[in-house]
Ligand binder design. Structure first.
Ligand SMILES: [Zn+2]
Length: 246
């Protein structure tokens, strides 16, 4: 059998779920499905919220946040399609502790749409804090999805706001472009990356999270919980080395 045929067979087997029941081999399988070549025209890299606010010196720094930048820049070379997201809040946004008298950052309140973690003021529209990280090099990125701009509703997910009703339009955009698979990277693993990955699954995409291209906030065990939830929904956890750049 030619190498190419074997590769296609593996891909077909993986996509048909024929190899999904192999238990302990489970972690290795996404590698088979993804590592043998470029992700291709039907795949998109989603770069979530790699903004000044989420790195050292920003208003809501994620530990090691800037370390994802070179990893993502390198990954970008492998992708025909790149989507960038940007947390883009109004001043006085409902997700800010400062908008709720008596509340402190990292506590939670109930809003009409459910539980909301309260954050320090961050990523306010048009500020330097909300700008994309200056070392991000994504010359082939085609669209920027801004989210969290409705004052009363947060949006961790790039697909759907936290009211779970208001679509951002990203799902339609990707579908109209013929995208079947998304690779999610950026900040933070346990919030905007996880919610984006879960909603991508819900919208019917095959979804990979590239772990070393993300960093987490990890608030009260939120990182382990996020991975558990993502894995239960069929999100595949891989490393940047699993994605071929040539
Ligand atoms: Zn935010």
């Amino acid at each position: 059998m030619h190498a190419m045929q074997r590769r296609n067979l593996l891909k077909t087997a993986a996509s048909a779920g024929l190899v999904s029941g192999l238990g302990g081999l489970g972690m290795a399988l996404p590698l088979l499905a993804s590592a043998k070549g470029r992700p291709g025209a039907k795949a998109a890299l989603i770069v979530v919220d790699v903004q000044n606010c989420f790195v050292d010196g920003g208003t809501l720094p994620v530990k090691g946040g800037a370390e994802v930048v070179p990893v993502i820049n390198k990954l970008a070379a492998a992708f025909d399609n790149i989507v960038v997201t940007q947390d883009w809040h109004t001043a006085g946004h409902a997700s800010f502790a400062s908008a709720h008298p008596g509340q402190k950052p990292f506590s939670s309140v109930k809003l009409d749409y459910g539980n909301q973690v309260l954050w320090p003021d961050h990523c306010v529209q048009g500020t330097e804090d909300a700008a994309l990280h200056k070392e991000l090099q994504l010359p082939t990125a085609q669209v920027i999805v801004r989210k969290g701009f409705n004052k009363g509703v947060d949006s961790y997910s790039a697909f759907e706001e936290a009211d779970r009703k208001t679509a951002t339009g990203l799902g339609g955009y990707l579908k109209q472009r013929g995208i079947k698979t998304v690779y999610v990277t950026g900040l933070a693993t346990d919030f905007c990356v996880a919610w984006t990955a879960l909603d991508a699954r819900k919208a019917g995409f095959e979804v990979y999270v590239i772990e070393d291209a993300t960093r987490a906030i990890d608030l009260n065990g939120s990182l382990a919980a996020a991975w558990k939830q993502m894995q239960a929904k069929g999100v595949k956890r891989i490393q940047s080395a699993d994605v071929a750049s040539a």
